[in-house]
Design a binder for this molecule. Structure first.
Ligand SMILES: [Fe+2]
Length: 204
């Protein structure tokens, strides 16, 4: 069975950028809904319930064809949201970026340039989707965007950070002002965790 992750912070921790209401709906309604639906679809296919969510997302081609699209949608959303919620922190940004990841981000020109490119990807994603920071086999970073529940992990690449640009992630707080949500998102990124993920991709 897949389970709803606990948030590593309280529902009020991301204020003033993300409200308690948004976070409650997002975690306890949207993500919980995807987890429940995924378990329901896979109930007659118990074997796949032994996978962890990353394995499932990387092995969608092994699923019976009649459930593949529904599992892709729901497992994709579970994986994407887990990475999203586990990439954030509340309180004062401590900016514990490792030297290795800092150097890799400098390949965008500067941190400010990374912010510009990330923002352009988020604003440019038409409709619902996600923005990703992805690491290749040599440790080089790239920014990608995907639609709906898609992710770089489904295509064999290694994401270390994501941003949800579905309207449910920000509409209560920002209405249609997606650029403002993205601007504030930089205040929430947990660079210590993201640096750990980066280090892990280099040792695989
Ligand atoms: Fe979401």
């Amino acid at each position: 069975m897949f389970t709803l992750i606990d948030l590593p912070y309280s529902y009020t921790a991301l204020i003033p950028y993300i409200s308690k209401e948004t976070l409650e709906f997002h975690h306890n309604k949207h993500l919980a809904g995807y987890v429940n639906k995924l378990n329901e679809i896979l109930a007659p296919h118990e074997f796949f319930l032994n996978y962890d969510i990353e394995e499932l997302v990387q092995n969608l081609d092994k699923l019976p064809e009649d459930i593949r699209q529904a599992v892709t949608n729901n497992a994709g959303q579970v994986y994407n949201h887990n990475l999203y919620f586990e990439s954030l922190q509340g309180g004062k940004q401590e900016f514990k970026l490792s030297k290795e990841l800092g150097d890799a981000i400098d390949s965008f020109g500067s941190y400010e340039n990374f912010q510009k490119l990330w923002t352009a990807a988020g604003v440019g994603q038409f409709g619902s989707g996600w923005v990703w920071l992805v690491v290749d086999g040599e440790g080089k970073l790239s920014i990608e965007k995907t639609a709906n529940a898609d992710s770089p992990l489904m295509h064999g690449r290694s994401p270390i950070l994501t941003m949800d640009v579905w309207e449910h992630a920000y509409y209560l707080d920002y209405q249609s002002r997606r650029p403002d949500y993205i601007k504030d998102y930089f205040e929430l990124m947990n660079w210590e965790i993201i640096s750990q993920r980066y280090a892990k991709t280099l040792t695989i």
